[in-house]
Design a protein around this ligand. Structure first.
Ligand code: FMN
Ligand code: MN
Length: 440
C-alpha cells in the first residue's frame, strides 16, 4: 500500500476515521490555540483550526495524533511501525523532479510573516515560533540536500532567528556554505505528509527525502524553488525561501521544550525570508512541544536505529521502546548469554544522545507499560551487579543538567541460571470474557 501524496489527503483520512477535532470559531494564536492543542493532545486527536486571528491560513496541530493511529494510517500491515521503518529505511529512493507543483499555486506578492498563524506556545516564550518547518539546505560539496526540523522565532515581518543547534547536520552544511563563500540558502517547508515529517526528523546521513521515498515505496516529487537553488516537496502547503545571514545574530528563546523547561536564551543566526509560495488555501502546521507529534517524530526513527544497533550488539533483541519525554529507552530481549543486555544497552546509548536511562527486560514484560517495566526493575535487578553508571558520554544539550553526561544502564532481565525462580504468577484462563458473565 502506498501512502497518499499530501497532508490534505491524510487529513481527510483522519477526519473520516473520527480522529480529527475541528474548530470553526476564530481562535487567538497565543491565548487560546496552544492550550486547545494541548487539550486535544491529551485526548489523542489531531486538531484543525478553521480560523486564527490575524491570518487567513488554516492550521493543523497534533497531526500524527497517536502511535496506534499512525501505524494504521501508514499501512504497516502486521509489522510494528518500528520494524516497518527499520526495514524500509535500509534502502534509499532518490526523488524525482517535477516542473509544476501544487505548492506553486500562489506566489505571495509581499513578505509579511505577521500574517501567518505562528503560535506563541508557552507563558515565557520569547515570541511566536514556527516549530513545524522542515529546513532544507544543499551541501555545497556533495550537492546533496539535507532536511531537519529547527524552530524559528519570529523577529520581524521577514526575519526569523534560526534555532539550529551545532549538533545538527544542517549546521555543518550552513558552515560549509559559508566557508565556500556561497550564500547560505535555505527553504522552510510547512505542511508535510507524516512520511516526510518522519523522514525530516530522522537522523540519517543521506538525503532525508530519499529516505521519504524509501518509506513511501515511491520517489518523492520535488520542485525547484523560485529564488534559490533548493528543491522542495511539490505537495507541501507553504514554502519560505531565503538566506541565513552568516554574521548577524540575535537572541533566540526561550521556548518551552519537550522536557518541560525553558532552555537558555542564546544568540542565533537570522534567516531572512525573500520569497513565499503556497497552495491555494494553505494549511499551516503547528507542532506543540511535548505533543503526540513530537513524541512520534523524536521516537520512531530513533527506535528503528536502536533496534538495528542493539540487534548487532546482542542476540535475541525483540523490540524497543523510547520515551523521549522521559529520556528512557527499553529493550525487550530473550538473552542467550549473561552480559548481552548490557551490550544492547550500550548500543542504544551510542545511537541516541538523549537517552539517559536504558533498561533491558525479558520477553514476558510489556515494554510499552512503564509499570510493568518498573516491576521488572524492582523484582529482577540485583542493583549492585546489574546496573552501571557510564560517565563521560555525549549528553543532551537540552537536559537542564547540561554538564551532566552520565547514563544509567539497568539490566532487568532474569539471571539465566535461575530463570525458573522468576516465572510470573498467572491466573488460569487469563483471556476469559468477563462481559459474558455479568448480570444484564
Ligand atoms: C518538532 C521538532 C522540533 C525540533 N526543533 C529543533 C530545534 O529547534 N533545533 C535543533 O537543532 N533540532 C531540533 N529538532 C531535532 C532535529 O530536527 C533532528 O535532530 C534532525 O535529525 C536534525 O536533522 P539534521 O541532523 O539533518 O540537521 C527538532 C525535532 C522535532 C521533531
Ligand atoms: Mn540530515
Amino acid at each position: 500500500m502506498t501512502a497518499e501524496k499530501d497532508l490534505r489527503a491524510y487529513l481527510d483520512k483522519l477526519r473520516k476515521a473520527g480522529e480529527l477535532f475541528h474548530i470553526d470559531k476564530n481562535v487567538d494564536p497565543k491565548t487560546e490555540a496552544p492550550a486547545l492543542l494541548k487539550m486535544s493532545v491529551k485526548r489523542g486527536k489531531a486538531l484543525f483550526f478553521e480560523s486564527i486571528t490575524g491570518s487567513s491560513m488554516k492550521v493543523i496541530g497534533n497531526t500524527l495524533a497517536s502511535r496506534d493511529w499512525i501505524e494504521k494510517a501508514l499501512g504497516c500491515g502486521n509489522q510494528s511501525i518500528i520494524e516497518w521503518f527499520s526495514d524500509r529505511s535500509s534502502t534509499n529512493l532518490p526523488a524525482v523532479k517535477v516542473e509544476t507543483a501544487p505548492v506553486k499555486e500562489v506566489v505571495e506578492s509581499s513578505i509579511n510573516l505577521h500574517k501567518m498563524p505562528i503560535f506563541t506556545y508557552h507563558e515565557e516564550d520569547g515570541g511566536p515560533y514556527i516549530t513545524g518547518g522542515a529546513c532544507i539546505q544543499k551541501d555545497p560539496e556533495s550537492g546533496r540536500q539535507n532536511a531537519g526540523y529547527y524552530s524559528l522565532q519570529l523577529k520581524s515581518k521577514d526575519e526569523l532567528a534560526l534555532r539550529m543547534l551545532p549538533s545538527a547536520q544542517g549546521f555543518d552544511i550552513f558552515e560549509k556554505r559559508i566557508n565556500h563563500e556561497k550564500a547560505a540558502e535555505m527553504a522552510v517547508v510547512i505542511g508535510l505528509h507524516p512520511i516526510e515529517m518522519l523522514a525530516t526528523a530522522a537522523h540519517t546521513h543521506f538525503d532525508e527525502f530519499e529516505l521519504a521515498g524509501a518509506l513511501r515505496g515511491e520517489p518523492l516529487e520535488l520542485v525547484k524553488c523560485d529564488s534559490i537553488d533548493v528543491d522542495v516537496p511539490a505537495h507541501a502547503e507553504i514554502i519560505l525561501e531565503g538566506v541565513i545571514f552568516p554574521d548577524r545574530k540575535e537572541p533566540e528563546g526561550p521556548i518551552g521544550d519537550w522536557l518541560g523547561y525553558y532552555p537558555l536564551v542564546e544568540d542565533r543566526n537570522i534567516f531572512k525570508v525573500q520569497h513565499i509560495t503556497t497552495r491555494k488555501n494553505p494549511i499551516y502546521q503547528a507542532i506543540l512541544s511535548g505533543s503526540g507529534d513530537e513524541n512520534i517524530l523524536l521516537s520512531i526513527p530513533r527506535m528503528a536505529d536502536v533496534l538495528k544497533a542493539a540487534r548487532k550488539a546482542a542476540s535475541g533483541v525483540k523490540d524497543v521502546s523510547l520515551d523521549p519525554f522521559l529520556m528512557i529507552c527499553i529493550i525487550q530481549m530473550s538473552k542467550r548469554f549473561e552480559g548481552e543486555p548490557m551490550n544492547a544497552i550500550l548500543a542504544a546509548f551510542g545511537e541516541v544522545p538523549f537517552v539517559k536511562i536504558c533498561i533491558a527486560v525479558d520477553e514476558d514484560v510489556d515494554l510499552l507499560n512503564m509499570n510493568d517495566v518498573m516491576w521488572a526493575v524492582v523484582t529482577r535487578t540485583r542493583l549492585e551487579e546489574d546496573t552501571n553508571i557510564i560517565g563521560n558520554l555525549m549528553g543532551f544539550s537540552r537536559d537542564p543538567n547540561r554538564h551532566y553526561k552520565s547514563k544509567l544502564a539497568i539490566d532487568a532481565t532474569c539471571p539465566i541460571d535461575s530463570k525458573d525462580d522468576y516465572r510470573r504468577a498467572q491466573v488460569v484462563n487469563p483471556g476469559i470474557d468477563l462481559d459474558s458473565y455479568l448480570a444484564d
